[in-house]
Every structure is written in structure tokens, then in C-alpha cells.
Design a protein around this ligand. Structure first.
Ligand code: NAP
Length: 287
């Protein structure tokens, strides 16, 4: 496989950025990788794990000469990162990201691009609840979707280059308008994380005659709440950045809970069976 990226700069060498670097290295698709981040410890770990060839805490220095820059820091930090690196980008550089929210990022980052450089929004639909370079692995994106969110400003050749990069990393690429992306992911990703956090919060603070109720948890509770172990800073940013879509999703969920509560309070066994049967059919229909 021929080298397609000469110098790849990864800003935020955590699970998402580290896994992309590893996958592209394994595919023989990148010549050199520079890892850029805040903490020296994580960068040194990335270097010792062979994820990067070079590391730096200086963002502008790190992106110099890169043909592709991938940003994988918490979503609220992404526009600030782009503002910091914009003047150091080489002509023709493609900047792309892996943030879980797209509308705000794409709008701000496109506007920050110097002439002759390009921004394409992206979101790989893959992840775990673990963070940092050590949590990354080369097969994270194998057979997983990666959504790219072009706008009317996106050049076809630039979009194809980013799509090609993700395909080399093993992903199935699809395209979506940023706002549409944010509504869908508010429902199927952001709302479930909020529900998991809220559930564990409620149960963890429940007062049942002084008992630590969490000590009685079994498989069901653990399965359902695994994602409440996700990084709080990352999810704070996602909740704030996808505020409008997420509020709509939370309202829908609250209405569903209120309906469930009403049927329980009324002793409406038939109503509960119908409610659970409909939900089971939806769940069983997920392939
Ligand atoms: P991660 O493992 O914690 O990696 C984030 C990296 O960003 C770390 O290397 C961290 O390094 C750096 N960082 C944190 N805050 C920063 C800031 N304010 N400015 C600059 N660098 C900062 O997290 P991740 O799971 O890879 O997530 C990264 C991005 O991918 C997020 O935008 C997230 O929405 C998106 N995403 C995550 C998943 C998932 O399931 N995890 C899935 C799809 C997309 P230092 O602390 O050393 O700076």
C-alpha cells in the first residue's frame, strides 16, 4: 500500500487520535506521525508505544509541515485548537476532527481556516469508556462507521482524501449534514449517556435506610450503566455543545418516563405490557 500521508499531526493522542494513528501505521498509509498534547506523560507513553515518531506540547510547532492534522480533544476545545494552529498550517493542509458534535465545530473551524487550507468535520462511531494513548488500539475502527459532515464549502477532492484516510483505517465512511448528525447522535448516543449518568446518580444517592445500595448491583445494572464510567470532561463538553438537540431528546425521554410512571401509578398492567412490548420490538429490531 502506498503512503498517502507524509506527515500526520494528531492533536490529543488519546483513544480516538491514538487509534487512528495506529490504524494508519498498520495500513502503511502514513510516513510520520507527530503527537501533540498538553501532558508530557501521555505523549511519552504514545511515543514509547510506537504511536508517534515525535511528540510536542507546542501545537503550532507540531502542525508545521503536516499535510493532515487530526484533532481529537474534547469538543469544546476544538475551535480553540484550530485558532491556535491556523497561522502555522502549511498550504494545502487538511484539518479534520473526530469530535462527537458537529454543527458548532464545523461552522467555527471552517471560518478559522486560512486560505488554501481545508477543514472537514468527522465523527468515528467507535469508542470505549477508556481514555488516553494507552487505551488506543489499531482495530478500533475496523468495520465501524465514520461520518463525515461536508458543507457547501467543502471541496470534493478534500472530502475524498479524508474519506480515503478513514477507509484505510478500516472504517465504512458515510456523509451527513452537520445538523442532521447532531439530532441523530443526540438520540442514540448523547441521551443514553445522560440517562446512564442520571440513573447512577439517582441510585448512588438513594437513601434506603442507610444501605449502600450499589453494593447489591448485578449484571443488568452493570450492563446498563457501563457508559456512566465515561470521561466526565468529554461528556460535559458534548452536553454543552449539542445543547439544543440534546434538550429535545431529554424532553422526549422525560415524556416517556412520565408515561411509564403514570401507567405504574394507575396499576395499568395492560398499558405496561404494551409499553414494554413496543420497546422490546424496537430493541430486538436492532441489528
Ligand atoms: P481521550 O482519550 O481523553 O483523549 C483526549 C486527548 O485530548 C487526550 O490526549 C488529552 O491529552 C487531550 N486534551 C484533553 N483536553 C484538552 C484540551 N482542553 N486541550 C487540548 N488537548 C486536550 O478522549 P477520546 O475518547 O479520544 O475523545 C477525543 C474526541 O473524540 C472527543 O472530541 C470525543 O467527543 C470524540 N469521540 C470519542 C469517542 C469515545 O467513545 N471515546 C467516540 C467518538 C468520538 P492531555 O490531557 O494530555 O492534553
Amino acid at each position: 500500500m502506498s503512503v498517502t500521508i507524509k506527515r500526520l499531526a494528531i492533536i490529543g493522542v488519546g483513544l480516538i487520535g491514538g487509534s487512528l494513528a495506529r490504524a494508519l501505521r498498520e495500513a502503511g498509509a502514513v510516513k510520520s506521525v507527530v503527537g501533540i498534547g498538553r501532558s508530557r506523560n501521555n505523549l511519552e507513553e504514545a511515543l514509547s508505544l510506537g504511536i508517534c515518531d515525535e511528540i510536542t506540547q507546542d501545537m503550532a510547532e507540531g502542525v508545521r509541515g503536516a499535510d493532515v492534522v487530526f484533532i481529537s480533544v474534547p469538543v469544546c476545545a476544538i475551535p480553540g485548537v484550530v485558532a491556535e494552529i491556523a497561522s502555522a498550517l502549511a498550504p494545502g493542509c487538511i484539518v479534520t476532527d473526530g469530535g462527537s458534535v458537529k454543527t458548532g465545530i464545523v461552522g467555527e473551524c471552517e471560518a478559522l481556516m486560512p486560505s488554501g487550507c481545508f477543514f472537514v468535520g468527522g465523527h468515528p462511531i467507535a469508542g470505549t469508556e477508556h481514555t488516553g494513548a494507552a487505551a488506543s488500539f489499531a482495530t478500533l475502527y475496523q468495520g465501524r462507521r465514520c461520518i463525515l459532515t461536508p458543507t457547501e464549502r467543502t471541496e470534493a477532492a478534500v472530502l475524498e482524501m479524508v474519506a480515503h484516510m478513514w477507509r484505510l483505517a478500516g472504517a465504512d465512511v458515510c456523509f451527513m449534514e452537520p445538523g442532521h448528525h447532531d439530532r441523530i447522535f443526540a438520540e442514540i448516543s448523547h441521551l443514553p449517556h445522560m440517562a446512564a449518568y442520571a440513573l447512577v446518580h439517582a441510585v448512588g444517592t438513594a437513601d434506603v435506610e442507610g444501605e449502600n445500595v450499589l453494593s447489591y448491583t448485578a449484571g443488568g445494572f452493570r450492563d446498563f450503566t457501563r457508559i456512566a464510567s465515561s470521561d466526565p470532561a468529554m461528556w460535559r463538553d458534548i452536553a454543552l455543545m449539542n445543547r439544543n438537540a440534546l434538550l429535545q431528546s431529554i424532553d422526549g425521554f422525560s415524556a416517556s418516563m412520565a408515561e411509564l410512571r403514570r401507567r405504574i401509578e394507575a396499576g395499568d398492567g395492560a398499558g405496561l405490557s404494551t409499553f414494554f412490548t413496543i420497546a422490546k420490538q424496537f430493541r430486538d429490531g436492532i441489528v
